[in-house]
Design a binder for this molecule. Structure first.
Ligand code: SAM
Ligand code: SF4
Length: 432
């Protein structure tokens, strides 16, 4: 979501004649868009500002603005602790950035802009055409969260759930497609909680599918409890919807899920996965896990490991529990740091093994790859993604940017697959 926000911040500042600097040392304004989901985010801000100070030691200081969730959470503290920072702007106030920049330019004032005005933000953004032309990009459709998992800072930094209207999203999507975008990932902290005047995510996907030159649609991140029947159904019928679902579970233990206030059980989660697979057997899943949540015993951790095997996730993001200031879980007794790190290493090793096994099964099979750009290192290497978001590289002299090609996968590792373009193209799902 920060990537989407950064793109939009750029669209806004362009209005007052800011352009992107080629390198840091060329900049006279520095916007640091931050994430607060896990620890060290605030440390990173001070570290980055330290780098800036060094870079500009003997030159005029650039304007320094911290945006995003760290700005929202820390606000005044950042301004007081680090005088080099000129303004903090929360994620629901970044549409006001031009005002802030002009005030700093003219009055040399420190500014704290951390109001929650999500309606005003999107009203402003709707008036500003997106300049993004990446082949694959993000589109925020929903923001905020009402679920209050005990570990999570999102409800406090992004605010309550809010969904944008179908009409404004269609317009923004059409603009992106006319810029050259071929694949859209619809974004939300709980993307499948999308609901605008009783129109749900499935309806939005249906509407966006009608945009001719839009080739692929993905969405993230889904909450298991918001996975409604209509959303499962659309995976049966939509040709543009990719067969890969990111469905965070957080833990394989019902005891831990309850302690987290996740409001779902493992049995419910597995049943949901089965229902989705019944609708479309080609669908594969990825997930998020938190390791070492307060109270996690060896048995709870083993339950998470077992769930990995049972679902056969093709990708998983795992993090050691990070106590976020202001969340209920931050007050609980922590699992020993070394133990949590040890469990994380075991967990990630298992994730990698499953991933490598899955990827080996793709060798000598064909996948449909949407190509995004040339590799920076090798000009005859093209980078793209298959339907399951696996990175694929092929060697070619052809300009493949924006094209979907059938690729025979030759080999690969846990991060990248290598292949060659097939002789005949077919727009069909191959890999399973
Ligand atoms: N809304 C999604 C859901 O409920 O599944 C998740 C969105 S959250 C912004 C992204 C991921 O960050 C979570 O799935 C979780 O695994 C991780 N996360 C959030 N808070 C965390 C914390 N305090 N410590 C470690 N990981 C955390
Ligand atoms: Fe955070 Fe997701 Fe829980 Fe909301 S549902 S509080 S975003 S983890």
């Amino acid at each position: 979501m920060n990537e989407y926000d950064s793109n939009r911040i750029y669209d806004i500042v362009k209005k007052i004649n800011y352009t992107k600097a080629k390198k840091l040392s060329d900049a006279n304004c520095y916007v640091l868009n931050t994430c607060h989901i896990r620890e060290k985010a605030t440390d990173k801000v001070y570290h980055d500002v330290g780098r800036l100070k060094k870079e500009f030691k003997n030159r005029p200081k650039p304007i320094v603005v911290v945006t995003g969730c760290v700005a929202q959470a820390e606000g005044e503290v950042l301004l007081k602790k680090e005088k080099y920072i000129d303004a903090v702007i929360g994620p629901q106030s970044f549409h006001l950035i031009n005002n802030t920049l002009q005030k700093i330019e003219n009055q040399n004032k420190k500014i704290n802009s951390t109001e929650f005005d999500v309606i005003d933000k999107f009203d402003t953004l709707n008036q500003i055409k997106t300049s993004n032309s990446d082949i694959s990009t993000f589109l925020t459709i929903q923001e905020g969260c009402d679920k209050f998992c005990k570990f999570c800072v999102v409800p406090y930094t992004r605010g309550a759930e809010f969904s944008r209207s179908i009409d404004e999203l269609k317009k923004e999507c059409k603009d992106l497609v006319s810029n050259g975008v071929k694949e859209i990932t619809l974004l939300g902290q709980n993307v499948n909680a999308y609901n605008h005047q009783e129109k749900k995510l499935s309806h939005l996907i249906d509407e966006l599918s009608k945009i001719n030159d839009l080739k692929r649609i993905r969405y993230t991140t889904s909450h298991p409890n918001d996975f409604s029947k209509d959303l499962i159904e659309i995976h049966k019928t939509s040709h543009k919807l990719m067969p890969m679902i990111h469905l965070p579970v957080q833990s394989g233990s019902n005891k831990i899920l309850k302690a987290m206030n996740r409001k779902h059980t493992i049995e419910y989660y597995l049943e949901l996965i089965n229902k989705i697979k019944e609708a479309n057997p080609l669908i594969r899943f990825s997930s998020d896990f938190i390791i070492g949540y307060p109270g996690e015993t060896e048995k709870d951790f083993e339950d998470s490991l077992s769930l990995l095997e049972e679902v056969n996730f093709i990708n998983c993001y795992s993090f050691v529990f990070s106590p976020r200031p202001g969340t209920p879980a931050s007050l609980l007794t922590q699992v020993n740091y070394d133990l949590a790190q040890k469990r994380l290493a075991i967990f990630q090793k298992k994730v990698k093994e499953i991933k490598i096994k899955y990827r080996k099964k793709l060798f000598n099979k064909k996948s449909l790859v949407l190509f995004e750009n040339k590799s920076e290192k090798n000009s005859n290497h093209y980078f793209g993604r298959d339907e399951y978001s696996n990175s694929v590289i092929v060697k070619t002299n052809e300009n493949l940017k924006g094209k979907i090609k059938e690729v025979k996968i030759l080999n690969g590792n846990h991060s990248t697959l290598f292949g060659e373009i097939s002789k005949v193209d077919k727009e069909k799902v191959f890999a399973a």
